[in-house]
Design a protein around this ligand. Structure first.
Ligand code: GAR
Length: 199
């Protein structure tokens, strides 16, 4: 399976996916890194690993033709969004058989939607006095954070937690969860029936 990781941040999830492929836990290769920021940490990580990088600044729609061509040239089977903050155009979502997954740092359907990313998510979880949070891998559809859920894992929220503490605890499980979810696709073990995902 050939993966493109779309990321705009430090790229720790990008790294965990690459590591899983190199360590034989994920039967796939990361063939492309797409970022909306030329100065993102993920861009440096990809370049160090010799993985091709495509930087899309501004609206994705402007770059859609170039992006589609690159995905096709690299024969990408699956896109893994990992801290990519731009909306994915529906033309890309509708490309068949391309799959698009996203990881979200909370237990969807709670604490998702437009504007809910990064630290804001953890601040909202703490403000709601939740005792459990976690991470969700889901299939991307036309709305933010609303597609069918593939896998979730929980972590405790401790009474003394700051948003930074909680983010670090969640990020740690994201690094396990995303490669595991991707492996289900690599092994063709996923069946999707409407909003129901089974494996
Ligand atoms: C991750 O926590 C990911 O779940 C989050 O951005 C972070 C990226 O970190 N994504 C969202 O909030 C999307 N709504 P990373 O660059 O270290 O992988």
């Amino acid at each position: 399976m050939r993966i493109a990781v779309f990321a705009s941040g430090s790229g720790s999830n990008f790294q965990s996916i690459v590591d899983a492929t190199l360590e034989g836990r994920l039967d796939a290769r990361v063939e492309l890194c797409v970022s909306s920021r030329p100065d993102a940490g993920v861009v440096d990580r990809a370049r160090l690993l010799g993985i091709p990088v495509l930087v899309l600044s501004g609206s994705i729609d402007v770059h859609l033709a170039e992006l589609k061509e690159t995905l096709e040239t690299q024969k990408i089977d699956i896109i893994a969004l990992a801290g990519f903050l731009k909306k994915i155009p529906s033309e890309l979502i509708q490309l068949d058989p391309l799959r698009i997954l996203n990881i979200h740092p909370a237990l969807l359907p709670q604490f998702g939607g437009p504007g809910m990313y990064g630290m804001r998510v953890h601040e909202a979880v703490l403000a709601a006095k939740e005792t459990i949070s976690g991470a969700t891998v889901h299939i991307v559809d036309e709305e933010y954070d609303s597609g069918p859920i593939v896998m979730q894992r929980t972590v405790p929220v401790l009474p003394t937690d700051t948003a930074t503490d909680l983010a670090a605890r969640v990020l740690k499980i994201e690094h396990e969860l995303y490669p595991e979810a991707l492996q289900l696709f690599a092994k063709n073990q996923i069946t999707i029936n409407g909003r129901k995902v089974s494996y």
